[in-house]
Design a protein around this ligand. Sequence first.
Ligand SMILES: [Mg+2]
Length: 224
Amino acid sequence: MKRNLDLIIFDLDGTLYPANKDMDMGYPRAAIQLLARKTGRDLAEVEKEFMNRKEELRSVINGKPTSTLTLLYYYDVSFDEFENEVDQVLNIDDYIQPDPKCVRVVQRIHAEYPLFLYTTNNAKVSRRILKRLGLDTLFPQEKRFSFTDAGKLDLPLREKLEYIKPGIKGFKHILNKHNAEPERTLMIGDSEVSDILPARKLGLQIYHITNRNSFYSLPEWLGI
Ligand SMILES: [Mg+2]
């Protein structure tokens, strides 16, 4: 039987395509390069400090933080600056391959439910990844909430950061936008800390992506 849902929220990285270690390294690299350039400090020194800060933030959020959150939390760097740095550092096509099977799965789900994308990645890189995957029309601009959108909110910085996963305000914002009930909303993601725990806290249904097969099994799980 088809599951009754108001909304399905997808994570991007590690969910719509497999996580890639080399690509993941691009985010801390971009953060460290940017900080070294801005402060005129030595790259190795900045790296050491950044990694310590990341460890420190781990205990604040009770789980492994992203480099993005670490950067914004501790340093005077704008959302735009980091977005542009990552956009320059990452050559998406080197890491992500088009996956027609994934496109068919999302098309199938899209025909039955409203979809939304909630990602810690920024708008420019998300757009390039979705294009590469052939999913850009299934998740159009207005159906995405990214790091960049959190940055544009008219709020003090610390409040903006609560709209970045694993903060729960972004989830709430997306539910409100769609008039969706938490118990009739499904969160699909690969990260225990960023996707699963906050969604569970808000009473959303959860689908944990652990490998490609778990992704391809989604239509069956949804009963469509
Ligand atoms: Mg992810």
